[in-house]
Design a protein. Structure first.
Lengths: 322, 298
Protein backbone atom coordinates (compact mmCIF):
# COMPACT_ATOMS: atom_id res chain seq x y z
CA UNK A 1 0.00 0.00 0.00
CA UNK A 2 1.35 3.41 -0.96
CA UNK A 3 0.65 5.07 2.41
CA UNK A 4 2.66 2.51 4.26
CA UNK A 5 5.58 3.07 1.98
CA UNK A 6 5.64 6.83 2.73
CA UNK A 7 5.23 6.21 6.49
CA UNK A 8 8.27 4.05 6.58
CA UNK A 9 11.66 5.64 7.37
CA UNK A 10 13.53 7.00 4.39
CA UNK A 11 14.34 4.10 2.09
CA UNK A 12 17.89 3.42 0.91
CA UNK A 13 19.12 4.18 -2.60
CA UNK A 14 17.21 1.37 -4.22
CA UNK A 15 15.48 -0.32 -1.32
CA UNK A 16 11.87 -0.32 -0.22
CA UNK A 17 10.65 -1.11 3.27
CA UNK A 18 9.73 -4.55 2.05
CA UNK A 19 13.16 -5.48 0.77
CA UNK A 20 14.80 -4.00 3.84
CA UNK A 21 12.56 -6.10 6.00
CA UNK A 22 13.69 -9.13 4.09
CA UNK A 23 17.29 -8.03 4.41
CA UNK A 24 16.84 -7.91 8.19
CA UNK A 25 15.40 -11.40 8.16
CA UNK A 26 18.25 -12.55 5.96
CA UNK A 27 20.73 -11.02 8.31
CA UNK A 28 19.11 -12.73 11.28
CA UNK A 29 19.14 -16.00 9.41
CA UNK A 30 22.79 -15.52 8.46
CA UNK A 31 23.56 -14.88 12.11
CA UNK A 32 21.96 -18.12 13.22
CA UNK A 33 23.82 -19.92 10.48
CA UNK A 34 27.08 -18.40 11.58
CA UNK A 35 26.53 -19.02 15.28
CA UNK A 36 27.71 -22.64 15.40
CA UNK A 37 30.87 -21.66 13.54
CA UNK A 38 31.96 -18.83 15.79
CA UNK A 39 33.23 -20.70 18.88
CA UNK A 40 35.62 -22.80 16.81
CA UNK A 41 36.74 -19.82 14.74
CA UNK A 42 37.35 -17.58 17.74
CA UNK A 43 39.14 -20.31 19.64
CA UNK A 44 41.43 -20.98 16.73
CA UNK A 45 42.22 -17.34 16.06
CA UNK A 46 43.03 -16.61 19.69
CA UNK A 47 45.14 -19.69 20.32
CA UNK A 48 46.97 -20.04 17.01
CA UNK A 49 46.96 -16.70 15.20
CA UNK A 50 47.57 -14.17 17.98
CA UNK A 51 50.82 -15.90 19.00
CA UNK A 52 52.12 -15.50 15.43
CA UNK A 53 51.32 -11.80 15.62
CA UNK A 54 53.18 -11.56 18.92
CA UNK A 55 56.11 -13.42 17.34
CA UNK A 56 56.30 -10.82 14.59
CA UNK A 57 56.32 -8.03 17.18
CA UNK A 58 58.96 -9.66 19.38
CA UNK A 59 61.15 -10.33 16.35
CA UNK A 60 61.79 -6.58 16.13
CA UNK A 61 62.89 -6.38 19.77
CA UNK A 62 66.24 -6.81 21.43
CA UNK A 63 65.21 -9.20 24.17
CA UNK A 64 67.25 -11.83 25.90
CA UNK A 65 65.76 -13.35 29.05
CA UNK A 66 69.25 -13.61 30.52
CA UNK A 67 69.68 -9.83 30.24
CA UNK A 68 66.19 -8.50 30.94
CA UNK A 69 67.23 -4.87 31.52
CA UNK A 70 68.73 -4.61 28.03
CA UNK A 71 65.43 -4.70 26.18
CA UNK A 72 64.39 -2.40 23.38
CA UNK A 73 63.57 -1.99 19.75
CA UNK A 74 66.05 -3.71 17.48
CA UNK A 75 64.87 -2.86 13.99
CA UNK A 76 66.00 -5.56 11.61
CA UNK A 77 69.00 -6.67 13.72
CA UNK A 78 67.49 -10.04 14.53
CA UNK A 79 66.72 -10.69 10.88
CA UNK A 80 70.25 -9.67 9.94
CA UNK A 81 71.49 -12.18 12.50
CA UNK A 82 69.24 -14.90 11.08
CA UNK A 83 70.67 -14.47 7.59
CA UNK A 84 74.31 -13.83 8.51
CA UNK A 85 74.93 -16.35 11.28
CA UNK A 86 76.56 -19.34 9.52
CA UNK A 87 75.02 -21.79 12.01
CA UNK A 88 71.57 -20.49 11.23
CA UNK A 89 72.19 -20.49 7.52
CA UNK A 90 73.33 -24.08 7.73
CA UNK A 91 70.16 -24.94 9.62
CA UNK A 92 68.13 -23.47 6.75
CA UNK A 93 70.11 -25.66 4.34
CA UNK A 94 69.63 -28.68 6.60
CA UNK A 95 65.89 -28.10 6.76
CA UNK A 96 65.63 -27.94 2.97
CA UNK A 97 67.84 -30.98 2.44
CA UNK A 98 66.10 -33.03 5.14
CA UNK A 99 62.63 -32.16 3.93
CA UNK A 100 63.30 -32.67 0.23
CA UNK A 101 65.07 -35.99 0.77
CA UNK A 102 62.49 -37.40 3.14
CA UNK A 103 59.52 -36.27 1.06
CA UNK A 104 60.89 -37.42 -2.29
CA UNK A 105 62.16 -40.80 -1.14
CA UNK A 106 59.08 -41.64 0.89
CA UNK A 107 56.89 -40.47 -1.98
CA UNK A 108 58.65 -42.82 -4.41
CA UNK A 109 58.61 -45.73 -1.97
CA UNK A 110 54.99 -44.96 -1.14
CA UNK A 111 54.12 -44.98 -4.85
CA UNK A 112 55.81 -48.34 -5.33
CA UNK A 113 54.05 -49.84 -2.34
CA UNK A 114 50.70 -48.38 -3.35
CA UNK A 115 51.06 -49.95 -6.82
CA UNK A 116 51.96 -53.30 -5.22
CA UNK A 117 48.95 -53.11 -2.91
CA UNK A 118 46.57 -52.01 -5.65
CA UNK A 119 46.13 -55.58 -6.84
CA UNK A 120 44.56 -58.56 -5.22
CA UNK A 121 46.82 -61.09 -3.56
CA UNK A 122 46.64 -63.34 -0.56
CA UNK A 123 46.95 -61.46 2.73
CA UNK A 124 46.68 -57.99 1.25
CA UNK A 125 44.94 -56.72 4.38
CA UNK A 126 47.74 -58.02 6.58
CA UNK A 127 50.44 -56.45 4.41
CA UNK A 128 48.57 -53.15 4.49
CA UNK A 129 48.45 -53.31 8.27
CA UNK A 130 52.16 -54.18 8.49
CA UNK A 131 52.96 -51.19 6.29
CA UNK A 132 50.83 -48.76 8.29
CA UNK A 133 52.37 -49.75 11.61
CA UNK A 134 55.49 -47.49 11.34
CA UNK A 135 53.18 -44.51 11.18
CA UNK A 136 51.41 -45.61 14.36
CA UNK A 137 54.48 -45.75 16.57
CA UNK A 138 54.78 -42.62 18.72
CA UNK A 139 57.39 -40.49 16.87
CA UNK A 140 59.61 -40.10 19.94
CA UNK A 141 59.47 -43.83 20.55
CA UNK A 142 60.38 -44.64 16.97
CA UNK A 143 63.26 -42.15 17.07
CA UNK A 144 64.54 -43.79 20.25
CA UNK A 145 64.25 -47.25 18.72
CA UNK A 146 66.16 -46.18 15.62
CA UNK A 147 68.85 -44.55 17.71
CA UNK A 148 69.44 -47.28 20.26
CA UNK A 149 68.07 -50.53 18.89
CA UNK A 150 69.01 -50.11 15.22
CA UNK A 151 71.83 -47.59 14.71
CA UNK A 152 73.90 -48.28 17.81
CA UNK A 153 77.41 -49.22 16.72
CA UNK A 154 78.01 -52.08 19.14
CA UNK A 155 74.60 -53.69 19.69
CA UNK A 156 72.25 -52.11 17.12
CA UNK A 157 70.36 -54.41 14.77
CA UNK A 158 71.96 -53.02 11.60
CA UNK A 159 75.50 -53.81 12.67
CA UNK A 160 74.26 -57.03 14.21
CA UNK A 161 72.96 -58.12 10.81
CA UNK A 162 76.28 -57.09 9.24
CA UNK A 163 78.11 -59.30 11.73
CA UNK A 164 75.73 -62.14 11.01
CA UNK A 165 76.02 -61.84 7.20
CA UNK A 166 79.80 -61.58 7.34
CA UNK A 167 79.81 -64.58 9.69
CA UNK A 168 77.90 -66.59 7.08
CA UNK A 169 80.83 -66.15 4.76
CA UNK A 170 83.28 -67.10 7.48
CA UNK A 171 84.60 -63.59 8.08
CA UNK A 172 85.05 -62.36 11.62
CA UNK A 173 85.91 -58.79 10.70
CA UNK A 174 82.58 -57.30 9.65
CA UNK A 175 82.32 -53.53 9.15
CA UNK A 176 80.75 -51.93 12.21
CA UNK A 177 80.29 -48.28 11.30
CA UNK A 178 78.93 -45.85 13.84
CA UNK A 179 76.00 -44.65 11.75
CA UNK A 180 75.12 -41.76 14.04
CA UNK A 181 78.51 -40.06 13.78
CA UNK A 182 79.43 -41.14 10.27
CA UNK A 183 76.15 -40.28 8.52
CA UNK A 184 74.09 -38.35 11.08
CA UNK A 185 71.77 -36.57 8.66
CA UNK A 186 71.11 -39.77 6.69
CA UNK A 187 70.33 -41.51 9.98
CA UNK A 188 67.64 -38.95 10.76
CA UNK A 189 66.37 -39.10 7.19
CA UNK A 190 66.07 -42.88 7.09
CA UNK A 191 64.10 -42.93 10.34
CA UNK A 192 61.76 -40.25 8.99
CA UNK A 193 61.40 -41.96 5.60
CA UNK A 194 60.42 -45.14 7.42
CA UNK A 195 57.82 -43.19 9.34
CA UNK A 196 56.40 -41.20 6.40
CA UNK A 197 56.33 -43.80 3.63
CA UNK A 198 53.08 -45.32 4.98
CA UNK A 199 51.48 -41.88 4.91
CA UNK A 200 52.38 -41.41 1.25
CA UNK A 201 51.29 -44.95 0.46
CA UNK A 202 47.87 -44.45 2.05
CA UNK A 203 47.13 -41.28 0.10
CA UNK A 204 48.39 -42.73 -3.21
CA UNK A 205 46.53 -45.99 -2.65
CA UNK A 206 43.33 -44.01 -2.13
CA UNK A 207 44.15 -42.20 -5.38
CA UNK A 208 44.74 -45.46 -7.26
CA UNK A 209 41.50 -46.93 -6.01
CA UNK A 210 39.51 -43.89 -7.07
CA UNK A 211 40.74 -44.37 -10.64
CA UNK A 212 37.99 -45.32 -13.07
CA UNK A 213 38.50 -48.98 -13.97
CA UNK A 214 36.65 -48.92 -17.30
CA UNK A 215 39.27 -46.81 -19.10
CA UNK A 216 42.02 -49.14 -17.89
CA UNK A 217 40.09 -52.15 -19.08
CA UNK A 218 39.39 -50.52 -22.41
CA UNK A 219 43.10 -49.78 -22.79
CA UNK A 220 43.91 -53.38 -21.94
CA UNK A 221 41.49 -54.55 -24.60
CA UNK A 222 43.14 -52.21 -27.06
CA UNK A 223 46.41 -53.92 -26.27
CA UNK A 224 48.12 -51.26 -24.18
CA UNK A 225 51.10 -52.54 -22.23
CA UNK A 226 51.08 -52.26 -18.42
CA UNK A 227 53.74 -49.56 -18.71
CA UNK A 228 51.64 -47.56 -21.18
CA UNK A 229 48.66 -47.84 -18.88
CA UNK A 230 50.76 -46.60 -15.98
CA UNK A 231 52.33 -43.80 -17.99
CA UNK A 232 49.26 -42.49 -19.80
CA UNK A 233 46.35 -43.37 -17.52
CA UNK A 234 47.47 -44.01 -13.95
CA UNK A 235 50.11 -41.31 -13.61
CA UNK A 236 47.98 -38.42 -14.91
CA UNK A 237 45.17 -39.49 -12.61
CA UNK A 238 47.59 -39.76 -9.69
CA UNK A 239 49.17 -36.36 -10.32
CA UNK A 240 46.90 -34.50 -7.92
CA UNK A 241 47.36 -37.13 -5.25
CA UNK A 242 51.14 -37.08 -5.69
CA UNK A 243 51.09 -33.31 -5.31
CA UNK A 244 48.88 -33.47 -2.26
CA UNK A 245 50.98 -36.17 -0.60
CA UNK A 246 54.19 -34.26 -1.32
CA UNK A 247 52.82 -30.97 -0.03
CA UNK A 248 51.28 -32.39 3.13
CA UNK A 249 54.44 -34.41 3.72
CA UNK A 250 56.49 -31.24 3.29
CA UNK A 251 54.34 -29.36 5.76
CA UNK A 252 54.70 -32.07 8.38
CA UNK A 253 58.40 -32.84 7.80
CA UNK A 254 59.50 -29.18 7.75
CA UNK A 255 58.11 -28.91 11.26
CA UNK A 256 59.84 -32.05 12.46
CA UNK A 257 61.33 -31.73 15.89
CA UNK A 258 61.07 -35.14 17.51
CA UNK A 259 63.49 -37.07 15.32
CA UNK A 260 66.20 -34.40 15.25
CA UNK A 261 65.86 -33.83 18.98
CA UNK A 262 65.97 -37.51 19.88
CA UNK A 263 68.36 -39.09 17.40
CA UNK A 264 71.16 -36.53 17.16
CA UNK A 265 70.12 -33.68 19.48
CA UNK A 266 70.73 -31.43 16.52
CA UNK A 267 74.44 -32.25 16.52
CA UNK A 268 76.75 -32.87 13.55
CA UNK A 269 74.91 -30.64 11.14
CA UNK A 270 71.45 -32.11 11.66
CA UNK A 271 69.87 -29.10 13.39
CA UNK A 272 66.90 -28.01 11.32
CA UNK A 273 65.04 -24.74 11.81
CA UNK A 274 62.50 -25.93 14.40
CA UNK A 275 65.30 -27.43 16.45
CA UNK A 276 67.47 -24.31 16.11
CA UNK A 277 64.52 -22.14 17.09
CA UNK A 278 63.91 -24.34 20.11
CA UNK A 279 67.57 -23.97 21.10
CA UNK A 280 67.68 -20.21 20.60
CA UNK A 281 64.59 -19.82 22.73
CA UNK A 282 64.91 -22.59 25.30
CA UNK A 283 68.65 -22.74 25.82
CA UNK A 284 70.03 -19.37 24.71
CA UNK A 285 66.92 -17.49 25.86
CA UNK A 286 67.31 -15.02 23.00
CA UNK A 287 63.64 -14.21 22.52
CA UNK A 288 64.15 -11.59 19.81
CA UNK A 289 66.32 -13.82 17.65
CA UNK A 290 64.10 -16.85 18.19
CA UNK A 291 61.11 -14.82 17.03
CA UNK A 292 62.92 -13.64 13.90
CA UNK A 293 63.70 -17.29 13.14
CA UNK A 294 60.06 -18.07 13.76
CA UNK A 295 58.96 -15.42 11.26
CA UNK A 296 61.35 -16.82 8.65
CA UNK A 297 59.98 -20.34 9.17
CA UNK A 298 56.48 -18.91 9.03
CA UNK A 299 57.04 -17.16 5.71
CA UNK A 300 58.64 -20.23 4.16
CA UNK A 301 55.73 -22.38 5.30
CA UNK A 302 53.28 -19.86 3.97
CA UNK A 303 54.84 -20.29 0.55
CA UNK A 304 54.44 -24.07 0.63
CA UNK A 305 50.99 -23.75 2.18
CA UNK A 306 49.77 -21.58 -0.69
CA UNK A 307 50.55 -24.34 -3.17
CA UNK A 308 49.11 -26.98 -0.85
CA UNK A 309 45.86 -25.07 -0.43
CA UNK A 310 45.54 -24.67 -4.17
CA UNK A 311 45.97 -28.42 -4.69
CA UNK A 312 43.46 -29.26 -1.97
CA UNK A 313 40.93 -26.87 -3.43
CA UNK A 314 41.28 -28.33 -6.91
CA UNK A 315 40.80 -31.84 -5.47
CA UNK A 316 37.69 -30.61 -3.72
CA UNK A 317 36.32 -29.04 -6.88
CA UNK A 318 36.95 -32.28 -8.70
CA UNK A 319 34.87 -34.31 -6.29
CA UNK A 320 32.14 -31.67 -6.56
CA UNK A 321 31.66 -30.57 -2.99
CA UNK A 322 28.32 -28.93 -2.46
CA UNK B 1 27.11 -52.66 -33.84
CA UNK B 2 24.55 -51.84 -31.19
CA UNK B 3 25.90 -50.69 -27.83
CA UNK B 4 24.74 -53.85 -26.08
CA UNK B 5 26.34 -56.17 -28.58
CA UNK B 6 29.52 -54.15 -28.39
CA UNK B 7 29.47 -54.53 -24.63
CA UNK B 8 29.07 -58.23 -25.12
CA UNK B 9 32.01 -58.39 -27.48
CA UNK B 10 34.10 -56.41 -25.06
CA UNK B 11 33.17 -58.75 -22.28
CA UNK B 12 33.97 -61.84 -24.30
CA UNK B 13 37.25 -60.36 -25.39
CA UNK B 14 38.10 -59.61 -21.80
CA UNK B 15 37.10 -63.09 -20.79
CA UNK B 16 39.22 -64.50 -23.62
CA UNK B 17 42.19 -62.49 -22.46
CA UNK B 18 41.74 -63.74 -18.96
CA UNK B 19 41.48 -67.38 -19.94
CA UNK B 20 43.57 -67.59 -23.05
CA UNK B 21 46.52 -65.22 -22.88
CA UNK B 22 47.02 -64.31 -19.22
CA UNK B 23 47.43 -67.61 -17.41
CA UNK B 24 50.95 -69.06 -17.25
CA UNK B 25 53.12 -65.94 -17.34
CA UNK B 26 50.48 -63.58 -15.93
CA UNK B 27 49.70 -65.71 -12.95
CA UNK B 28 53.35 -66.18 -12.07
CA UNK B 29 53.91 -62.45 -12.41
CA UNK B 30 50.96 -61.73 -10.20
CA UNK B 31 52.12 -64.08 -7.48
CA UNK B 32 55.65 -62.66 -7.71
CA UNK B 33 54.25 -59.17 -7.20
CA UNK B 34 52.22 -60.45 -4.25
CA UNK B 35 55.41 -61.92 -2.83
CA UNK B 36 57.19 -58.60 -3.35
CA UNK B 37 54.41 -56.81 -1.47
CA UNK B 38 54.73 -59.28 1.39
CA UNK B 39 58.51 -58.80 1.54
CA UNK B 40 58.14 -55.01 1.59
CA UNK B 41 55.52 -55.22 4.32
CA UNK B 42 57.72 -57.45 6.44
CA UNK B 43 60.77 -55.27 5.81
CA UNK B 44 58.94 -52.17 7.00
CA UNK B 45 57.72 -54.10 10.01
CA UNK B 46 61.22 -55.23 11.10
CA UNK B 47 61.95 -52.25 13.40
CA UNK B 48 58.60 -52.68 15.15
CA UNK B 49 59.05 -56.43 15.52
CA UNK B 50 62.59 -55.88 16.79
CA UNK B 51 61.35 -53.33 19.31
CA UNK B 52 58.74 -55.72 20.69
CA UNK B 53 61.09 -58.71 20.72
CA UNK B 54 63.87 -56.77 22.44
CA UNK B 55 61.45 -55.48 25.04
CA UNK B 56 60.98 -59.10 26.18
CA UNK B 57 64.70 -59.89 26.33
CA UNK B 58 67.07 -59.66 29.28
CA UNK B 59 69.35 -56.62 29.19
CA UNK B 60 72.44 -58.83 28.84
CA UNK B 61 70.95 -60.56 25.78
CA UNK B 62 70.09 -57.28 24.07
CA UNK B 63 73.80 -56.45 23.86
CA UNK B 64 74.52 -59.54 21.77
CA UNK B 65 76.11 -58.96 18.38
CA UNK B 66 75.05 -60.70 16.13
CA UNK B 67 71.56 -60.43 17.59
CA UNK B 68 70.27 -63.38 19.59
CA UNK B 69 66.76 -63.94 18.28
CA UNK B 70 66.09 -66.99 20.41
CA UNK B 71 67.14 -65.49 23.74
CA UNK B 72 64.84 -66.38 26.66
CA UNK B 73 61.86 -64.09 27.08
CA UNK B 74 61.21 -62.13 30.24
CA UNK B 75 59.03 -59.30 31.49
CA UNK B 76 62.00 -57.72 33.20
CA UNK B 77 62.10 -54.72 30.84
CA UNK B 78 58.44 -53.96 31.51
CA UNK B 79 58.90 -54.34 35.26
CA UNK B 80 61.83 -51.93 35.10
CA UNK B 81 59.78 -49.47 33.07
CA UNK B 82 56.96 -49.51 35.60
CA UNK B 83 59.38 -48.56 38.33
CA UNK B 84 60.54 -51.88 39.78
CA UNK B 85 64.17 -50.78 39.48
CA UNK B 86 63.57 -47.67 41.56
CA UNK B 87 63.25 -45.26 38.63
CA UNK B 88 60.53 -42.63 38.32
CA UNK B 89 57.06 -44.09 37.97
CA UNK B 90 55.65 -43.79 34.43
CA UNK B 91 52.08 -43.57 35.72
CA UNK B 92 51.85 -39.79 36.27
CA UNK B 93 53.06 -39.01 32.72
CA UNK B 94 50.86 -41.73 31.24
CA UNK B 95 47.86 -40.35 33.09
CA UNK B 96 48.80 -36.81 32.03
CA UNK B 97 48.98 -37.92 28.40
CA UNK B 98 45.66 -39.66 28.69
CA UNK B 99 44.02 -36.64 30.32
CA UNK B 100 45.46 -34.16 27.82
CA UNK B 101 44.58 -36.29 24.79
CA UNK B 102 41.07 -37.27 25.88
CA UNK B 103 39.97 -33.87 27.16
CA UNK B 104 41.51 -32.07 24.18
CA UNK B 105 39.71 -34.49 21.85
CA UNK B 106 36.37 -33.89 23.57
CA UNK B 107 36.92 -30.15 23.32
CA UNK B 108 37.82 -30.53 19.64
CA UNK B 109 34.65 -32.50 18.90
CA UNK B 110 32.46 -30.04 20.81
CA UNK B 111 33.81 -27.19 18.72
CA UNK B 112 34.22 -29.01 15.41
CA UNK B 113 30.82 -30.64 14.97
CA UNK B 114 28.81 -27.38 15.08
CA UNK B 115 31.44 -25.62 12.97
CA UNK B 116 31.37 -28.36 10.37
CA UNK B 117 27.58 -28.17 10.41
CA UNK B 118 27.77 -24.47 9.57
CA UNK B 119 30.23 -25.23 6.76
CA UNK B 120 28.70 -28.29 5.18
CA UNK B 121 25.04 -28.73 6.03
CA UNK B 122 23.78 -25.18 6.06
CA UNK B 123 26.76 -23.39 4.61
CA UNK B 124 27.40 -19.82 5.66
CA UNK B 125 28.38 -17.31 3.02
CA UNK B 126 31.97 -17.73 1.82
CA UNK B 127 32.13 -21.04 3.63
CA UNK B 128 35.03 -22.25 1.52
CA UNK B 129 37.14 -19.26 2.57
CA UNK B 130 36.49 -20.13 6.20
CA UNK B 131 37.29 -23.75 5.53
CA UNK B 132 40.59 -22.81 3.95
CA UNK B 133 41.38 -20.49 6.81
CA UNK B 134 41.04 -23.48 9.14
CA UNK B 135 43.34 -25.49 6.94
CA UNK B 136 45.95 -22.76 6.65
CA UNK B 137 46.37 -22.62 10.44
CA UNK B 138 47.37 -26.27 10.34
CA UNK B 139 50.00 -25.58 7.72
CA UNK B 140 51.87 -22.97 9.69
CA UNK B 141 54.59 -24.26 11.97
CA UNK B 142 53.48 -24.31 15.60
CA UNK B 143 57.05 -23.76 16.68
CA UNK B 144 56.80 -20.16 15.44
CA UNK B 145 54.12 -19.41 18.03
CA UNK B 146 55.83 -21.23 20.86
CA UNK B 147 57.59 -18.28 22.48
CA UNK B 148 54.54 -15.98 22.90
CA UNK B 149 52.56 -18.93 24.25
CA UNK B 150 55.33 -19.62 26.73
CA UNK B 151 55.43 -15.98 27.83
CA UNK B 152 51.67 -15.75 28.24
CA UNK B 153 51.56 -19.03 30.14
CA UNK B 154 54.36 -17.79 32.38
CA UNK B 155 52.48 -14.54 33.12
CA UNK B 156 49.25 -16.42 33.80
CA UNK B 157 50.94 -19.01 35.99
CA UNK B 158 49.89 -21.75 33.59
CA UNK B 159 53.29 -23.33 33.00
CA UNK B 160 53.44 -27.00 33.92
CA UNK B 161 49.66 -27.09 33.90
CA UNK B 162 47.84 -29.82 31.99
CA UNK B 163 45.06 -27.41 30.97
CA UNK B 164 47.51 -25.39 28.92
CA UNK B 165 48.37 -28.50 26.91
CA UNK B 166 44.70 -29.34 26.56
CA UNK B 167 43.96 -25.93 25.03
CA UNK B 168 46.95 -26.11 22.70
CA UNK B 169 46.27 -29.67 21.58
CA UNK B 170 42.66 -28.76 20.92
CA UNK B 171 43.77 -25.86 18.74
CA UNK B 172 46.24 -28.07 16.87
CA UNK B 173 43.61 -30.67 16.05
CA UNK B 174 40.61 -28.45 15.49
CA UNK B 175 41.39 -27.67 11.81
CA UNK B 176 41.80 -31.37 10.97
CA UNK B 177 38.62 -32.18 12.83
CA UNK B 178 36.60 -29.46 11.09
CA UNK B 179 37.78 -30.70 7.70
CA UNK B 180 37.06 -34.32 8.48
CA UNK B 181 33.68 -33.59 10.02
CA UNK B 182 32.75 -31.40 7.07
CA UNK B 183 33.22 -34.26 4.65
CA UNK B 184 31.32 -36.66 6.93
CA UNK B 185 28.43 -34.27 7.53
CA UNK B 186 28.13 -33.47 3.82
CA UNK B 187 27.02 -37.08 3.36
CA UNK B 188 23.93 -36.65 5.54
CA UNK B 189 20.86 -36.40 3.28
CA UNK B 190 19.44 -32.88 3.35
CA UNK B 191 15.88 -34.23 3.47
CA UNK B 192 16.36 -35.58 7.00
CA UNK B 193 17.48 -32.18 8.22
CA UNK B 194 14.62 -30.45 6.42
CA UNK B 195 12.16 -32.83 8.04
CA UNK B 196 13.67 -32.02 11.42
CA UNK B 197 13.35 -28.31 10.74
CA UNK B 198 9.70 -28.71 9.76
CA UNK B 199 9.09 -30.58 13.01
CA UNK B 200 10.46 -27.53 14.78
CA UNK B 201 13.84 -28.84 15.88
CA UNK B 202 16.23 -26.05 16.87
CA UNK B 203 19.96 -26.12 16.25
CA UNK B 204 20.97 -27.89 19.51
CA UNK B 205 18.30 -30.55 19.03
CA UNK B 206 19.26 -31.04 15.40
CA UNK B 207 22.93 -31.41 16.30
CA UNK B 208 22.42 -33.74 19.25
CA UNK B 209 19.49 -35.83 18.07
CA UNK B 210 20.03 -36.03 14.33
CA UNK B 211 23.49 -35.02 13.17
CA UNK B 212 25.48 -36.67 15.97
CA UNK B 213 23.89 -40.13 15.73
CA UNK B 214 24.09 -40.15 11.92
CA UNK B 215 27.69 -39.00 11.87
CA UNK B 216 28.81 -41.18 14.76
CA UNK B 217 31.34 -43.26 12.78
CA UNK B 218 32.84 -40.06 11.41
CA UNK B 219 32.91 -38.45 14.84
CA UNK B 220 34.63 -41.53 16.23
CA UNK B 221 37.28 -41.51 13.49
CA UNK B 222 37.87 -37.79 13.97
CA UNK B 223 38.20 -38.30 17.71
CA UNK B 224 40.69 -41.14 17.29
CA UNK B 225 42.90 -39.10 14.97
CA UNK B 226 42.80 -36.11 17.29
CA UNK B 227 43.71 -38.47 20.14
CA UNK B 228 46.70 -39.84 18.20
CA UNK B 229 48.13 -36.43 17.37
CA UNK B 230 47.66 -35.20 20.94
CA UNK B 231 49.25 -38.30 22.41
CA UNK B 232 52.26 -38.02 20.07
CA UNK B 233 53.05 -34.36 20.66
CA UNK B 234 56.47 -33.63 22.10
CA UNK B 235 57.63 -30.05 21.51
CA UNK B 236 54.94 -28.15 23.43
CA UNK B 237 54.88 -30.70 26.22
CA UNK B 238 58.64 -30.49 26.57
CA UNK B 239 58.80 -26.68 26.68
CA UNK B 240 55.62 -25.91 28.59
CA UNK B 241 55.51 -28.65 31.22
CA UNK B 242 57.80 -29.90 33.94
CA UNK B 243 57.54 -32.44 36.72
CA UNK B 244 53.82 -32.07 37.36
CA UNK B 245 52.18 -32.05 33.93
CA UNK B 246 54.87 -33.83 31.90
CA UNK B 247 53.44 -36.25 29.32
CA UNK B 248 54.52 -39.70 28.22
CA UNK B 249 56.67 -38.55 25.24
CA UNK B 250 58.53 -36.15 27.55
CA UNK B 251 59.03 -38.96 30.04
CA UNK B 252 60.39 -41.10 27.23
CA UNK B 253 63.01 -38.52 26.21
CA UNK B 254 64.27 -38.31 29.77
CA UNK B 255 64.47 -42.05 29.99
CA UNK B 256 67.82 -42.81 28.43
CA UNK B 257 70.03 -41.04 30.92
CA UNK B 258 70.64 -44.16 32.96
CA UNK B 259 74.01 -45.87 32.88
CA UNK B 260 74.69 -49.39 31.71
CA UNK B 261 72.37 -51.58 29.73
CA UNK B 262 68.94 -50.17 29.15
CA UNK B 263 67.85 -51.34 25.71
CA UNK B 264 65.14 -53.77 26.86
CA UNK B 265 63.76 -51.10 29.16
CA UNK B 266 63.69 -48.49 26.36
CA UNK B 267 61.99 -50.94 24.00
CA UNK B 268 59.43 -51.83 26.67
CA UNK B 269 58.77 -48.13 27.27
CA UNK B 270 58.43 -47.40 23.55
CA UNK B 271 56.06 -50.34 23.14
CA UNK B 272 53.84 -49.37 26.09
CA UNK B 273 53.65 -45.73 25.03
CA UNK B 274 52.85 -46.66 21.42
CA UNK B 275 50.09 -49.11 22.34
CA UNK B 276 47.28 -46.54 22.66
CA UNK B 277 48.22 -45.01 19.30
CA UNK B 278 48.39 -48.42 17.63
CA UNK B 279 44.98 -49.31 19.03
CA UNK B 280 43.45 -45.98 17.98
CA UNK B 281 45.13 -46.14 14.58
CA UNK B 282 43.91 -49.62 13.75
CA UNK B 283 40.43 -48.71 14.98
CA UNK B 284 40.41 -45.69 12.66
CA UNK B 285 42.27 -47.44 9.84
CA UNK B 286 39.60 -46.94 7.20
CA UNK B 287 39.27 -43.23 7.92
CA UNK B 288 42.97 -42.67 8.53
CA UNK B 289 43.72 -41.37 5.03
CA UNK B 290 40.83 -39.00 5.17
CA UNK B 291 42.05 -37.57 8.44
CA UNK B 292 45.70 -37.34 7.46
CA UNK B 293 44.89 -35.66 4.18
CA UNK B 294 42.57 -33.28 6.06
CA UNK B 295 39.51 -34.73 4.38
CA UNK B 296 40.78 -34.06 0.87
CA UNK B 297 41.11 -37.76 0.01
CA UNK B 298 38.35 -40.24 0.65
Amino acid sequence: MPTQATDAPAPGPNGTAHTRGRAAVDRARARTRRAPLLPALLFLIVVTQLPFLATVVISFLRWNALAPQNRGPAGFDNYRAVFTDPALRSSVATTVLLTVTVVLVSLLLGLGLALLLDRRFRGRGIVRTLLITPFLIVPVASALIWKHALYNASYGLINGVLTWVWGLFGSDGPPQPDWLTRTPLAAVEVALIWQWTPFMMLILLAGLQSRPTDTVEAAQVDGASPFDIFRYLTLPHLRRYLELAALLGTIYVVQNFDAVFTITSGGLGTANLPYTLYQTFYQAHDYGLASAQGVVVLLASLLVATFALRTVSSLLREEGVR
Amino acid sequence: MSPSSRMRTLRTMRAMRRTATVPPRGRRRRSLLGLAAWLCGLFFFVPVAWMVLTSFHRETDTAANPPDLGAPLTLHGYREFFGAGGGASPWPPLINSLTASVVATLLVLTLAVPAAYALAVKPVRRWSDVLFFFLSTKMLPVVAGLLPLYLVAQKAGMLDNIWLLIILYASMNLPIAVWMMRSFLAEIPVEILEAAAIDGAGLPTTLLRIVAPLALPGIAATGLISFIFSWNELLFARVLTGVVAGTAPVFLTGFVTSQGLFLAKVCAAATVISLPVLAAGFAAQDKLVEGLSLGAVK
